[in-house]
Write a protein that binds this ligand. Structure first.
Ligand code: UD1
Ligand code: UDP
Length: 385
């Protein structure tokens, strides 16, 4: 039997996490020949996160340089992908989300006339510059894709509104929930020494808050305001411990370290591997973040989240009552945190907002049908309302 060669192109931390369960699903079906292509847009993080799922890339393009520009990234990835496409000749290509790697993967599939599946399709803020450059990346990927795997009803509606044919859209749920469930079932001990010590010492007298920040449009003043907010929250609540996971980007790290190093009960951690981060998140009462993936996980774990952004492509988190858009305004962040931490009544909550852990399975069977391989008939994801 001739196998169908399928490319999974990724380069950053969230793509590794969100594509890993899909790659694992395809590896189980012998009709497919899987090729995992890591552009290395994130040098350490992409490889480490694949390792968390027991995966090693077939091609590692190692494009990252310190403080890389968008032009540099795009041209290097395109050049390298051309070589890999010529060598491997894939028959189907997957990209995920809205990074530069995803856009370059989509454009390469188009140039080589290979069918393209877009995982996490249809997210929109409808604002060209927010987030930058991700909103325009995903709009462009949607124009190039042949199959759109939407995570939510709203994402599917967004694609229909842009004129994508309904037959090419499949509501699968978000594969991040598959990844989260896989990792929640993994009982490896914590690998980060500082986090391990902090969590082991914990005797129930402290409440935990998790913070992450990395968005390009928040660099500089935005990240500084988030850091001021964290400092004020720590001062206002003596029973809190605030864990700030630092993105390796020097433009982010330097600002956070300058403002928060040495502040009592604020623990600054080098970025955590996925199983460690999920353990921390699961024990947190509040999350403050500009990350898309962290919002989806917080919502799945029913943890309130302050979103340090001006607009969102995930309004579902806000509508569920779990999320509040606070921008990068210090007073809003502090006010939002004190409200959540002081709340006596539980917030309105939803589970399975973004998925039920079966998105990868649905996508696998959809693509199996496309190739005419044996497959199960799958229903679209039904979010709980
Ligand atoms: C990228 C994506 C963003 C995604 C984010 C996830 C683009 C344009 N941006 O943003 O959509 O939300 O990843 O985290 O695709 N660095 C390291 N080691 C690493 C990773 C990064 O040192 O493992 C440093 C490097 O100096 C690098 C810089 O961080 O130049 C920025 O990385 P880059 O991928 O360009 O941008 P992100 O802000 O991480
Ligand atoms: N994450 C992690 N370790 C950390 C911080 C985040 O494993 O120290 C994970 C998080 O659980 C989520 C993903 O990284 O799955 C989100 O990636 P990021 O915030 O970099 O990108 P975004 O989702 O905003 O594109």
């Amino acid at each position: 039997m001739k196998k169908a060669k399928v490319f999974f192109i990724l380069g950053t931390r969230p793509e590794a996490i969100k594509l890993a369960p899909l790659v694992l699903a395809f590896l189980q079906k012998e009709e497919f020949e899987v090729r995992l292509i890591n552009t290395g847009q994130h040098r350490e993080m992409s490889t480490a996160f694949l390792r968390n799922f027991g995966l090693t890339p077939h091609h590692d393009l190692r494009v990252m340089v310190e403080r890389q520009s968008l032009h540099y990234l795009t041209s290097r990835i395109m050049e390298e992908l051309e070589r890999v496409f010529l060598e491997e000749r894939p028959e189907f290509v997957f990209v995920q989300g809205d990074t530069t790697t995803a856009l370059c993967g989509a454009l390469s599939a188009f140039y080589f006339r290979v069918p393209l599946g877009h995982v996490e399709a249809g997210l929109r803020t409808w604002e060209k510059w927010r987030p930058f450059p991700e909103e325009m990346n995903r709009v462009l990927i949607s124009r190039l894709a042949d199959f759109h795997f939407a995570p939510t009803v709203l994402a599917k509606q967004n694609l229909l509104r842009e004129g994508v044919a309904e037959s090419q859209i499949f509501l699968a749920g978000n594969t991040i929930v598959d990844a989260l469930f896989l990792i929640l079932n993994d009982h490896r001990p914590i690998s980060h020494p500082v986090l391990r010590e902090e969590l082991e010492q914990e005797d129930g007298s402290c409440r935990f808050v998790t913070v992450t920040a990395h968005r390009r449009e928040n660099w500089g003043e935005g990240i500084r305001n988030i850091a001021f907010g964290v400092k004020m929250i720590a001062e206002a609540c003596p029973d809190l411990k605030i864990f700030f996971s630092l993105h390796p980007n020097p433009s982010v790290r330097e600002t956070v370290l300058r403002e928060l190093a040495g502040i009592s009960r604020v623990v600054l951690l080098d970025h955590l591997e996925y199983p460690d981060f999920v353990k921390l998140l699961s024990r947190s009462l509040l999350v403050i973040t500009d990350s898309g993936g962290v919002q989806e996980e917080a919502a799945s774990l029913r943890i309130p989240v302050l979103i340090t952004r001006e607009s969102t492509e995930r309004p579902e988190v806000v509508e569920s009552g779990l999320g509040t858009l606070v921008g990068c305004r210090t007073e809003k962040i502090v006010e939002g945190a004190l409200t959540v931490l002081g709340a006596k009544t539980p917030l309105r909550q939803k589970s399975y907002l973004f998925g039920d852990g079966k998105a990868s399975w649905r996508i696998l069977h959809f693509v199996s049908r496309f190739f005419g391989f044996s497959h199960e008939d799958v229903q679209e994801f039904q979010p709980l309302s």
